[in-house]
Design a protein around this ligand. Structure first.
Ligand SMILES: [Zn+2]
Length: 212
């Protein structure tokens, strides 16, 4: 399993990864400073807000050190639709109910994403692919690797946006609805690497999941 840094991975449904760089300190102080810097770009503080919601790590959790949060069983919940059985008996949410149920189950079984850590145990519940477990995309468990010394961040990690310790916001392009990015800077990768490199010593990078 690996996390790639393709554009699709960095931005999902108007969620984007932001690396907030702050001075080293206690975790409490680091988090406070991240909040302060992000607040500069919230809609209550600027006419040009960059986010309407954010959280530490979130769906990009693990990107700084290449850990796939989807590999952690703690990030899965028991499926509420099939109550963990993998078999869907209530079709209230599927209208009309599928005519050929076996075929329908088989299709869902085949759709099981490659990164899914659970096996199919039931007859293809469409919420959990028949595994009885659903991934908690929205708020994976807090992961320590989402706050790392800048020097420890993997070299090929390119966030969508960066906030530098002096409170400046840098980003790849304009994030729109459905993660459509416009006005992309073709030099973003090298720009991002240069910014990150500038703060290599004495600073930590904090991974944030922003939504716009
Ligand atoms: Zn289920």
């Amino acid at each position: 399993m690996s996390l790639t840094t393709t554009k699709e991975e960095m931005t999902q449904v108007s969620h984007f990864s932001t690396l907030v760089i702050v001075e080293r300190g206690t975790t409490k102080r680091i988090k406070k400073e991240v909040e302060r810097l992000l607040n500069l770009y919230g809609d209550h503080n600027t006419d040009d807000p960059k986010w309407d919601w954010w959280q530490f790590g979130g769906r990009f959790s693990g990107s700084l050190d290449g850990t796939d949060f989807r590999a952690n069983p703690k990030n899965y919940n028991t499926c509420t639709i099939c109550k963990g059985t993998g078999t869907r008996t209530d079709f209230a949410m599927v209208t009309p109910p599928p005519k050929d149920l076996d075929q329908w189950y088989e299709r869902i079984r085949q759709d099981l994403p490659k990164w899914y850590i659970y096996q199919v145990i039931g007859k293809g519940c469409n919420a959990c692919y028949g595994t009885g477990h659903t991934l908690n995309w929205i708020s994976p468990v807090e992961y320590r690797g989402d706050i790392l010394p800048v020097s420890a961040i993997r070299k090929d990690f390119i966030p969508f946006a960066i906030i530098s310790p002096d409170g400046k916001w840098y980003q790849r392009g304009e994030m729109g609805m459905w993660a459509i990015v416009t006005n992309e800077s073709p030099e973003w990768e090298s720009t991002a690497k240069t910014i990150i490199e500038t703060y290599r010593e004495g600073f930590v990078g904090v991974l944030v999941d922003c939504h716009t």
